[in-house]
Write a protein that binds this ligand. Structure first.
Ligand code: PGA
Length: 234
């Protein structure tokens, strides 16, 4: 199984020219890699970018109809999009996403034939009061409720306090969490790490913490840095 390195561009960049430029430079930088690379730009750039696997950052759980402003799994599939990130902590925090909506989205996206990057992770407060494992278990079990075939799901462990802060989770703690998460998925389910990944720390998550890939935010907007992260995860 190849390691999966996903670029989560979030709400960046602000123009299509910049998006195309970063994408083309990433493409060059990763062309000989043995890892699996997926770029997840904002929806509007998805039809413009060609030559690497693409992922969306969110999805709605209905196929069509009167849901102003939403994008469906069928639409993404039709565009040739392969992956979708579901349950990112920013969506849980700013857009009211819950374990229930995450579960509905995963079910519909799987049915449409998309592969899922399912994000879970505890906040600093939850970790401080010793509730980390309880939160991770709840998010996994409720997010994957009634889903039997999890072959197309990768789980991304992203401690909320490590995202965008420069305060990446230690390799030891990441390994412990990955081992814990492993109890609730299959032996061959890919478990990724995300949270302030850069090329200086990326290799250790793969080699020492035994992550099967990485979800990279800020550093994925720098094509050369992202290519180095991909290289470290081969
Ligand atoms: P970061 O974001 O690499 O900027 O911390 C990771 C993520 O939110 O997926």
């Amino acid at each position: 199984m190849k390691n999966l390195i996903a670029a989560n561009w979030k709400l960046n960049p602000t123009s299509k020219n910049k998006a195309e430029d970063i994408f083309e430079r990433i493409k060059k930088g990763v062309k000989d890699t043995t890892a699996e690379v997926v770029v997840c730009p904002p929806f509007v750039f998805l039809p413009l970018l060609k030559g690497l696997a693409l992922g969306a950052q969110n999805i709605f759980y209905e196929e069509k109809g009167a849901f102003t402003g939403e994008i469906s799994p069928a639409m993404l599939k039709d565009l040739g999009v392969e992956y979708v990130i579901i349950g990112h902590s920013e969506r849980r925090k700013y857009f009211g996403e819950t374990d229930e909506t995450v579960n509905k989205k995963i079910i519909k996206a799987l049915t449409a034939g998309l592969k899922i990057i399912f994000c879970i992770g505890e906040t600093a407060e939850e970790r401080d009061v010793g509730k980390k494992n309880e939160i991770l278990q709840r998010q996994i079990q409720q997010g994957l409720k009634d889903i039997v075939d999890i072959e197309n799901i990768s789980v991304a462990y992203e401690p909320v306090w490590a995202i965008g802060t420069g305060n990446n989770c230690s390799v030891e703690e990441t390994k412990e969490s990955i081992d814990f998460i492993r109890k609730f998925v299959k032996q061959d389910t890919r478990i990724l790490y995300g949270g302030s990944v850069k090329s200086e720390n990326s290799g250790a998550y793969i080699k020492e913490a035994r992550a099967n890939g990485l979800l990279v935010g800020g550093a994925s907007l720098n094509a050369e840095e992202f290519a180095n992260i991909v290289k470290s995860a081969e």
